[in-house]
Design a protein around this ligand. Structure first.
Ligand code: ADP
Ligand code: MG
Length: 466
């Protein structure tokens, strides 16, 4: 299947080619022809599967015909966060180079004046977060009556963030005769209800999870106590004969301390974390690539943007707080044809985190039983890890890897004195009543453009170790 088979215009195919995409992802292959035929559509596919281009590309061709009018955008894309809205806008810019399309971005935290000015001049594509759009709408700065194409992107995150009532209001302001597209990673009942109400006879596309036989990542979770993690890791590194492994930790301090501990135990390990500058990270990465170290202990943020793929093992020393990070992390293993292995440590405090991961990946990850479990917290661990001169800190020092820049780093350091844990940077946990906290409490890096470099095919399904 190639992009040329999907019915897109030649100009658009040129931009796609220039962007370096050679083949449509499954969701793109299925969605694009239907969107071009002006059908309503529900597209369900995991994060990182290329949903954005599956509406941006056909929209560019659809909007190529027709005229702009002041205050009346011709199409509207709703995105849950500023970052995701910006990513969608970037897509329009990238693929729309050969088209005369005007775009406006309505997001919080940006001066409203320029946005209103753009609207006054007429736009083909309006990309907005629901809050800001409602705001302008209520001030009478915008008319949605000319809007014949609506996209609700990342619908499940909209739900998490409490935007469904806003979306309902917005939908009711659009003309009844319109095309509506809804994209989501999952389809919880409230989203289903929304779709039933506002889409008409939609084509339903769900990118099926591949059969177990096709998966090239064997995933497992390992129940451990907090203190038993290091021992469990060492045992797995040995029993698994891990040739090249990345060990992900949620906090920078854990990265540093774990690397020290591994070295003391004779492993050839290195580390990358957010306190190192890019050149130091790359130097460490070179050691790993050259085989001088075969275990790289990493934080999520530091590993982003680094080309580390095809390792034999990924260990999640901590269950990631954000399920998307799980996908990013384990995606580092499993080379073409080879089976990668991913082990996720689940301590009692990770109960909610693993639940969220399993919700995203769509199934329970099989439990891996360590041999001789009872020895998990053996005395030998404590002996080897204790240095006579400098006692190991009992507690994490509170620095998380959330700080991407000096300012946040400073903020989190300041927070240390009052917050023994890393509350300051740590994203909110799901609430007691079962609802999730607003997703905008995630660190910004979640939405870093290009953080995930390509479709996610086989590995989201769960397979047993063979
Ligand atoms: P989703 O919205 O499904 O989470 P995105 O649309 O953000 O996914 O795309 C995820 C990543 O995949 C982006 O970095 C994007 O550039 C890349 N991508 C999308 N389509 C293709 C393709 N056909 N070929 C290669 N990379 C692609
Ligand atoms: Mg998306």
């Amino acid at each position: 299947m190639s992009f040329a088979d999907l019915g897109l215009s030649d100009e658009l195919l040129k931009s796609v080619e220039a962007a370096g995409y050679t083949e449509p992802t499954p969701i793109q292959a299925q969605a694009i022809p239907s969107v071009l035929m002006m059908r309503d559509l529900i597209g369900i596919a995991q994060t990182g599967t290329g949903k954005t281009a599956s509406f941006v590309l056909p929209m560019i061709d659809i909007l190529a015909h027709g005229r702009r009018r002041a205050l009346m955008p011709r199409s509207l894309i709703l995105a849950p966060t500023r970052e995701l809205a910006v990513q969608v806008a970037d897509n329009f810019e990238k693929y729309g180079t050969n088209h005369d399309l005007k775009m406006a971005l309505l997001i919080g935290g940006v001066q409203m004046g320029d946005q209103v000015k753009a609207l006054n001049e007429g736009v083909d594509v309006l990309i907005a977060t629901p809050g800001r759009l409602m705001d302008l709408f209520e001030r009478g700065k915008i008319l949605l009556t000319g809007c014949e194409l609506l996209v609700i992107d990342e619908a499940d995150r909209m739900l998490d963030m409490g935007f469904i009532p806003d979306i309902e209001t917005i939908c009711s302001k659009l003309p009844a005769q319109r095309q509506t597209l809804l994209f989501s990673a999952t389809m919880p009942p409230p989203i289903k209800k929304l779709a039933d109400k506002f889409l008409s006879n939609p084509k339903y596309i769900e990118v099926a999870r591949p059969a177990t036989a096709n998966t090239n990542i064997a995933q497992h979770k390992v129940f451990v106590s907090n203190r038993g993690k290091r021992d469990a890791l060492r045992r797995l590194l040995r029993s698994e004969d891990a040739r090249t492994a990345i060990v992900f930790c949620n906090r920078k301090t854990t990265v540093r301390e774990l690397n020290k501990s591994l070295k003391r135990h004779g492993f050839a390990s290195g580390e990358i974390h957010g306190d190192m500058d890019q050149s130091a990270r790359l130097a460490e990465l070179d050691l790993f690539k050259d085989g001088k170290v075969n275990i790289l202990v990493a934080s999520d943020v530091a590993a982003r943007g680094l080309d580390i793929k095809g390792v034999s093992h990924v260990f999640n020393f901590d269950t990631p707080w954000h399920p998307d990070d799980y996908v990013h992390r384990i995606g580092r293993t499993g080379r073409a044809g080879a089976t990668g292995r991913a082990f996720t440590f689940v301590a009692p405090e990770d109960a909610e985190a693993i639940e969220n991961v399993e919700k995203l990946t769509g199934g329970a990850i099989p439990v891996y039983q360590l041999e001789g479990e009872a020895a998990a917290d053996s005395g030998d661990e404590r002996k080897a890890d204790r240095k006579p001169s400098r006692g190991r800190k009992a507690k994490d020092d509170g620095k998380s890897d959330g700080g991407r820049d000096e300012k946040t780093a400073r903020r989190s350091r300041k927070a240390e004195s009052v917050e023994p844990q890393d509350k300051a940077e740590r994203p909110a946990r799901p609430r007691r009543d079962g609802t999730k906290p607003p997703a905008n409490t995630r660190p910004e890096s979640q939405d870093e453009p290009g953080a995930w470099n390509g479709p996610v095919p086989g590995f989201l399904s769960v397979s047993a170790l063979n």
